[in-house]
Design a protein around this ligand. Sequence first.
Ligand SMILES: C[S@@+](CC[C@H](N)C(=O)[O-])C[C@H]1O[C@@H](n2cnc3c(N)ncnc32)[C@H](O)[C@@H]1O
Length: 227
Amino acid sequence: MPRLDARLKLVASEIRGQIHADIGSDHGHLLAALLASGRIQRGIAVENKPQPHRNSSATLERLNADIRLGDGLDVIHENEIDSLSICGMGGQSIVRILCEHPNRLPEQLVLQPNKAIDLVRQWARSNGYWLTDEKSTTGTRRFEVLVLARSTSNPDPVYQQLVDAGLDEPMGLMFGPWFLLRNDNELLQRLSEEQRYLQTKQNLTPSSRKRLDLIQRLMSSDHFLSR
Ligand SMILES: C[S@@+](CC[C@H](N)C(=O)[O-])C[C@H]1O[C@@H](n2cnc3c(N)ncnc32)[C@H](O)[C@@H]1O
């Protein structure tokens, strides 16, 4: 049985559905571990490229899993799954996949974007999913895992919690509302390092300028100053 790295272990620990789809399954390790541990009953691996599709098929042979070749949710039916994961892709690709078939999305989404994470939070905010938790790996490379649950109709209350703490929504979308509310030493160190780095750069791109402005506002907020 393949062993999961810290990133996929964190993803696996958050999955609550019994029938789970992993979009972009590649090696198939996540579903294999979920099935072997009994955390899920049935897995659906989705790959849009032949070699990773073959890799998933080999890993998941003899397990209770379907391996499908196709683009994202194109090969998932309405009401077929309880949860899905998309890991190791950029935020833009993840949002594109989620937007293609909104009626096929399950109750729970566990997403691990490698970059442009703010786009994923923004998608959730505007598409009826609450960010119920955010976690990150420790170690040489930091990965963030977003846990989303479909809501009835109300806006995600975590952004109101941010406002109550004297922060605001743009800060939450960029750096993660749960990370900001927890306000631990790791966050402070990370933001200080990024601030120092961005301040040494001569010409900032508009997105770097935006991050620097947000960091400066965060660092001078009472939430941070009174920690
Ligand atoms: C970087 S790998 C990540 C693999 C695995 N999810 C992980 O986190 O270790 C991304 C995988 O997603 C697949 N992929 C990318 N876009 C996809 C799409 N629209 N539908 C299905 N699979 C996709 C790629 O072929 C590739 O195998």
